[in-house]
Design a protein around this ligand. Sequence first.
Ligand code: ZN
Length: 333
Amino acid sequence: MATVNGMRHATAGSPRDAARRRAPRARWSAARGLALAVLVATVSVLPLAAARAPLRVTVSISPYADIVARLGGELVSVSTLLPPGASPHSFDPTPSQAAGLARAELIVMNGGVDGWLARLVAATAPDVPTVVVMERVDVDPPGAGHGPGGEPEESYAGHAGHQHAGINPHVWLDPTLMLAAAEVVTEELARLDPANGGAYHAALGRLRADLLALDAEIAATLAPVRGAPFVPFHDAWPYFAERYGLDLVLSLEPFPGREPSPRYVAEAVAAVRAAGAKAVFAERQLDPRSAEVVAESAGVALATLDPIGGAPGPTDYESLLRFNAATILAALR
Ligand SMILES: [Zn+2]
């Protein structure tokens, strides 16, 4: 089970910066508060929380948008930089997205998969408090999937811009690690908006119960295929596979977005056959060609997973995990 360390991220702004950033809202709130006082005289049930503009939170990928929205409710407005259907591994933000980032009051990113956002923050929003999940959550990385011929370096070496400090970054696909991320985000929301700290922590309590229930549900869903050979498209799935007892044989595309060499494909076909895998998996955000070639050559089924989500696919985190679990069950049972 993951734990959260107590370190604050180094890019969080100084107290003076924070005061400067909060000033416009404070003035706005004072004016609104005056109006509210008049209203309260006649409508005494008006919630005080409504007196404040929603905290503007920008996230890199869709799963964090859902988590932040569930923690903040109407107290936050969340925007997601990665468009639905795009892969974080081959994404280039537009100039207007870069411009909007400086107006964010909190940035939540994963680390590792979203290096483009780290560069954008450094260039255009260096003072905006930023949570980098990979820097704040203690991760116990499972043994990475092995490449054909049992040579890990063949599939993972030089995975530049993808790994984070050598640790596989796809932590959000394990709901217990997502819970650890949610705890970090809650602390940050409560720090930026202490008046509503109780509301954020209450929401975290509900989210914790939901994520633990989801974890148990996914484990039950995948129980019939426990130990089955699992051949995903890219190395997004080691935490998921470890958590739910799938035997991660190898990833079909070791450099996401770049077609593997004919030799790698040939070795992947041999590994799929040797493992007795019933299916291989493509992913919605990446060109499926190499998965199609392997499926056809090995004579196994092809199914499509979604590690990110977003319309028209699963738009909330729980649906995302249920979709993938159901897809894996149907293909491997
Ligand atoms: Zn990835």
